[in-house]
Design a protein around this ligand. Structure first.
Ligand SMILES: NC(=O)c1ccc[n+]([C@@H]2O[C@H](COP(=O)([O-])OP(=O)(O)OC[C@H]3O[C@@H](n4cnc5c(N)ncnc54)[C@H](O)[C@@H]3O)[C@@H](O)[C@H]2O)c1
Length: 249
């Protein structure tokens, strides 16, 4: 029970999308003894995931929160404090991926603003909102969900995830005085539902020759959310079966 007594918030954890990595994250944190706030803009989905954790003997609440709304973020923080009395861990997982987000020059300004808002700015807003509660506990851990897409070419998605890696470094410096560490995870193809040919071409780029699974991220998550990584800050760990490599190396 690495995280007994800790309180964790995970955004985008309702599993309403295609991948559902946030569900794996809240279940893994709860299994290590953390009380978890399952947050998603689909409030019913969040409550369903939380109910499943409670049924398995864990501690969880579901909260509706659109991470592009500061009011929703403040309400999410209040709900966490009311239910569990503090906040130690924030995982900024909510994100837009696939489809038109993998394009760039075809996107409208409005679409550009939206993906940057959800994937890049919202993690900053959520981090700022939990900072006082983490200060009150003497510190905390924030994990930003990046993507190995930040190291490749996948349209506005790449830009938003490249930017979140910079957010991770800058926030780590800004929050250092409060003993709040900020790191990131850059998953590869963990869940993507895509045409078989595309799956094969991505698998061929990996040096671990099997498809990723959401569970493959749990080791990195628990490492970054616990004292095991006490001397690690501002880093983004790529967990992608060796798919993304710096060209010519
Ligand atoms: N699935 C993968 O293979 C993969 C790979 C690399 C990175 N990622 C990243 O992991 C994260 C989760 O991805 P996923 O595949 O599980 O996606 P998903 O679409 O299954 O989950 C995203 C969740 O975020 C929620 N969400 C979307 N917009 C929101 C908003 N404005 N406010 C609050 N919640 C919102 C959705 O309801 C959904 O539950 C994303 O940041 C994604 O970029 C996923």
């Amino acid at each position: 029970m690495k995280l007994a007594g800790k309180v964790a918030i995970v955004t985008g954890a309702g599993g309403a999308g295609v991948g559902g990595l946030g569900v794996t994250y809240v279940q893994a944190l709860a299994a290590q003894g953390a009380s978890v706030v399952v947050s998603d803009f689909d409030g019913e989905a969040a409550e369903r995931v939380a109910a499943g954790i409670v049924a398995d003997g864990g501690r969880a609440i579901g909260v509706r929160c659109d991470v592009t709304s500061d009011d929703d973020i403040d309400a999410m923080v209040r709900a966490a404090l009311d239910a569990f009395g503090g906040i130690d861990i924030l995982v900024n997982n909510a994100g837009l991926a696939r489809g038109k987000w993998n394009e760039m020059s075809t996107l409208s300004r409005e679409d550009w603003r939206y993906i940057m808002d959800v994937n890049t700015i919202a993690p900053v807003r959520c981090s700022a909102a939990v900072r006082p509660a983490m200060q009150a506990r003497g510190g905390g851990c924030i994990v930003n969900q990046s993507s190995n897409g930040s190291q490749m070419e996948a349209g506005s998605y790449t830009v938003s995830k490249y930017a979140i890696d910079a957010v991770t470094r800058v926030l780590a410096a800004e929050f250092a005085e409060d003993n709040i560490r900020v790191n990131g995870i850059a998953p590869g193809m963990m869940t993507a539902k895509m045409p078989a040919a595309q799956v094969q071409s991505l698998l061929a780029r990996q040096t671990v020759r099997r498809q990723g699974r959401p569970d493959d991220l749990v080791g990195a998550l628990l490492y970054l959310c616990s004292d095991d990584s006490a001397f690690v800050n501002g880093q983004t760990i790529t967990v992608d079966g060796g798919m993304a490599r710096i060209p010519n190396q």
